[in-house]
Design a protein around this ligand. Structure first.
Ligand code: DAH
Length: 337
């Protein structure tokens, strides 16, 4: 009876192996079956190890049964592998690539509305003989305030709630306007001169649809022997009419106060006779003290300066009603330009 036992084991091994193979549909499962039956601790070697204490004759019979079974399972594995291979090939056929199908569109980048408007502004001023200059966003207290005739403790400093950079003792800040470039440029360049200085500015203030902590300005400066307010008006009007492609656009000056100009004005535009005036810039005749600060003689040189809100202009031109959209990173907004 003892001899029957290994026979039964062979039978059930055979049954299990065939069942497992029947249910195998990938090479991974086949590899597992191979190791389950032929691996070091697999089913067949285990049974064979159990035969070693049997009488020689029986051992021989069992051995050949085991070999026959091994051959049979291996054969079956081979057939199964062939099937899987065939199946895989068929599956890949479904991925067949049709070269006549329309391709995937490669999406192209585009300029942010602020960059677009900046490019247009720069081109128009260049056509009027202005040079484009740029300056640092991290600015010194001196250029942001002192050089522009805004002395320490002067109430005018309240107009620019400023982001101060640490350590505070360095007196560095994120520039609150582009006006510091006026002083920087005049220190290094002799008049007559005509520049615009576009750039990013920062203010520590509550935001709303018209105010943002980060925004863009375009500073303008023209210094000559006789440069006057009428020139300023002519230049701004020409510039705005070109930018808005509107020959009937009107501008007006309203008296205002900025420490670095005297007289100072606010500039309003009217894009449409039926609509209200809108403020878009501060401007004025460069204050004699500012000229002195950059070692120019106010009796020899005079000129004007202006600071345009670039975001405000972009909003008018593209009919955007909330300044905060520019920095929102909202692709639904950005992709419209
Ligand atoms: N820097 C001013 C501001 O940010 C704007 C300004 C006003 C600039 C008058 C000028 C100017 O050049 O003349 O509020």
């Amino acid at each position: 009876m003892a001899s029957k036992e290994p026979q039964d084991i062979f039978q059930s091994l055979r049954k299990d192996a065939f069942k497992a193979l029947e249910e195998a549909f990938d090479f991974e499962t086949i590899r597992k079956i191979e190791s389950d039956y032929f691996g070091k601790n697999g089913g067949l070697p285990r049974v064979l190890r159990g035969l070693k204490d049997m009488p020689e004759l029986e051992r021989k019979t069992m051995g050949s049964t085991a070999n026959a079974l091994k051959k049979e399972i291996k054969e079956m594995i081979k057939i199964k592998k062939g099937e899987i291979e065939k199946n895989n090939a068929l599956k890949n056929k479904d991925d067949w690539f049709d070269i006549s199908r329309p391709g995937k569109k490669i999406s192209r980048g585009h300029f942010h509305p602020i960059s677009r408007i900046l490019k247009e502004v720069a081109e128009i001023f260049e056509s009027m003989g202005f040079e484009i200059v740029e300056g640092p966003e991290a600015e010194t207290e001196y250029y942001n305030f002192d050089a522009l005739n805004i002395p320490k403790n002067h109430p005018a400093r309240d107009m620019w709630d400023t982001f101060w950079l640490k350590p505070l003792k360095n007196r560095l800040l994120l520039r609150a306007h582009t006006s510091p470039m006026e002083a920087r440029y005049m220190e290094k360049n002799n008049p007559p001169l005509r520049i615009i200085a576009p750039g990013r500015c920062f203010r520590h203030e509550a935001t709303d649809t018209l105010h943002e902590h980060t925004f863009y300005q375009v500073e303008g400066l023209m210094i000559g022997k006789k440069t006057n307010l009428a020139n300023l008006k002519g230049i701004l009007e020409t510039f705005l009419r070109k930018l808005f492609k509107n020959k009937d656009l009107k501008i007006r000056f309203r008296p205002s106060y900025y420490p670095f100009v005297e007289p100072g004005v606010d500039v309003d535009i009217k894009l449409d006779p039926k609509k209200d005036w809108l403020e878009i810039a501060g401007a004025g005749m460069t204050h004699p003290q500012v000229l002195k600060n950059v070692k120019l003689n106010p009796n020899q040189w005079q000129g004007f300066a202006f600071g345009l809100g670039l975001d405000r202009i972009a909003m008018l031109k593209y009919k955007i009603d909330d300044i905060r959209l520019f920095h929102s990173g909202d692709l639904r907004f950005i992709k419209q330009f």
